[in-house]
Each structure stands twice: as structure tokens, then as C-alpha cells.
Design a binder for this molecule. Sequence first.
Ligand code: 5GP
Ligand code: ZN
Length: 139
Amino acid sequence: MSANCIFCKIVAGEIPATKVYEDADVLAFMDIGPVIKGHTLVIPKQHFDPLTATPEPVLAQLMAVVKKIAAAQLHGLRADGVNVMQANGAAAGQVVPHLHFHVIPRFAADGHRWNWAAKKYDDPAELQQLAAAIKAAVT
Ligand code: 5GP
Ligand code: ZN
């Protein structure tokens, strides 16, 4: 448990949460501020953060539960679709620094639009340079 971590406190039962799934290692509970009603968070019970510091076996366990919750939203809430999102760092919009996946049910008429403003590269060389930098850093 990490001191002052709100999600560790939820795992420990020190802060209430409405749980929808739990096993030995993973917890899923309702987000208190839903982007769309039914918005669920999936977290490891052990404190990890960010994604890049989390062991692969933990990520595999988490993704299996993300799949379960997405399926439950489709079937149990009759959602038409599901968004899965995950933020790393304040620059990416992360507020709670305990790894979590947002599983958000989507409905054809929910009216929600992500602010996904596609941009353009200055020229093809810029795209290639950035690709080369990522490729060289892949371990
Ligand atoms: P982030 O911006 O870090 O990716 O998302 C954090 C999420 O945690 C937000 O969607 C926010 O509504 C949710 N959240 C923050 N505090 C609490 C809490 O005490 N209980 C629950 N259930 N959700 C919380
Ligand atoms: Zn934590």
C-alpha cells in the first residue's frame, strides 16, 4: 500500500467504493465521476504506477478483467460500444497515480464526443524521424 493513495485506501476498505468485480489481485469499481453512466475502473490491488513500471503478468491479469467488465457493460447495460482508456502522468491527464483502466460504456445516442483533434505532420520526414526514435527505444 502506498501512503495517501486513494485507490490503495479503497483496496484496504478505508474509503467506500461500489465494487463490481474482485479477485485476489484485481478490483473493479464504479468511477465516482462517470464520463458516461456505468463508467468502471479496473485496478491492481497492489500499488503500481505508471503502466511502464508494472510487471507484464499484472498487466495480463488487469486486461483479462477489463475484458470481463467490457463484456458486462455490453450485455448487462446493453451498451452499444465500450471505450478503454488509461492515463500516465499529469500531462496525459492522470489524476490518481495508481494504475487504472477506465472502462466506459458507450451508447449510440449518448452524445459524447472525445476531443480527438487529428493533426498533420509538417512533412513525411518528420513522421519518419519520430518513428525511428520510437523504434530505436523499443526494448
Ligand atoms: P485519471 O484522471 O487519474 O485517469 O482518473 C481518475 C479517476 O478516478 C477519475 O475518473 C475520477 O472520477 C475517479 N475517482 C477519483 N477519486 C475517486 C474515488 O474516491 N472513488 C471513485 N470511485 N472514483 C474516484
Ligand atoms: Zn495505490
